[in-house]
Design a protein around this ligand. Structure first.
Ligand code: HPA
Length: 240
């Protein structure tokens, strides 16, 4: 048991898929995992463990925003010895290099959050994905002919931005998508010396105004979850 996760230490796998929405954790477990067991429902933040292609995998909701994700990621790393977390989420498109239904592989995550100022003072830490995980995920995406674009994410604190000009500036610097969690995940993985990656399907586009239907969103999300699971299987083969 940790403060926010009601699981025994061995109930959580070394590799975790982390959607923002806890119902998506349930959907991942019920759709892709063999013999899924729910290990958490504290605050409705559902978590499950099962196996995929013979490898133990967990699916744990993070909630929305960096403070919420940080609680779960911190406890998974510190109390459950989790080695790898792959965030599977959505983002808003910022760059014309991406369109809706593409998968952004978040190489780095800029943020307007104060969380890293509390950690590093005046130094601007650069939250980045684990290179091995990113490299393997990119290969898996390529082999599966998925529309993967690797580049920067903007982890914003506010969904309803009071300063859209900041987002435009970041888009001008090549940032591909806006979401709300990756920077905290990458920072915590760095703190604990573990691996993390954020994969985000582009659900809507802030510049072109393009949107996806609920069904398209579901299909793209499904392809991306398989990409994340296959990445975990391949990482598992390497480390054992
Ligand atoms: N902003 C923040 N997070 C998001 C967005 C957005 O426009 N779209 C999907 N996740």
């Amino acid at each position: 048991m940790s403060t926010h996760i009601g699981a025994a230490p061995d109930q959580i796998a070394p590799a975790v898929l982390m959607p923002g929405d806890p119902y998506r954790a349930r959907w991942i477990a019920e759709t892709f995992l063999e013999d899924p067991v729910q290990y958490n429902d504290v605050r409705g933040m559902l978590g499950y463990t099962g196996t995929y292609a013979g490898v133990r995998v967990s699916a744990q909701g993070s909630g929305m925003g960096q403070p919420s994700l940080a609680i779960y990621a911190h406890e998974l790393f510190s109390d459950y010895d989790v080695e790898t977390i792959i965030r599977v989420g959505t983002c808003g498109g910022l760059s014309e290099r991406v369109g809706v239904r593409d998968v952004v592989l978040g190489v780095a995550a800029s943020t307007d959050s104060a969380m890293n100022r509390a950690r590093f003072g005046d130094v601007t830490f650069a939250p980045a994905a684990d290179f091995e995980l990113a490299r393997i995920a990119a290969s898996v995406g390529e082999e599966r002919l998925l529309p993967v674009v690797a580049g920067g994410l903007f982890s914003a604190d506010q969904f309803y931005s009071p300063a859209p000009e900041v987002t435009s500036t970041l888009a001008g610097y090549g940032v591909l998508g806006i979401e709300m969690e990756a920077a905290a995940l990458y920072t915590l993985a760095a703190q604990f010396g573990r691996r993390a990656l954020a994969l985000c399907t582009v659900s809507d586009h802030l510049v072109t105004g393009e949107e996806t239907s609920a069904q398209e969103r579901q299909e793209t999300f499904e392809d991306m979850v398989v990409m994340a699971l296959e990445t975990i299987v391949r990482m598992d083969g390497r480390s054992s």
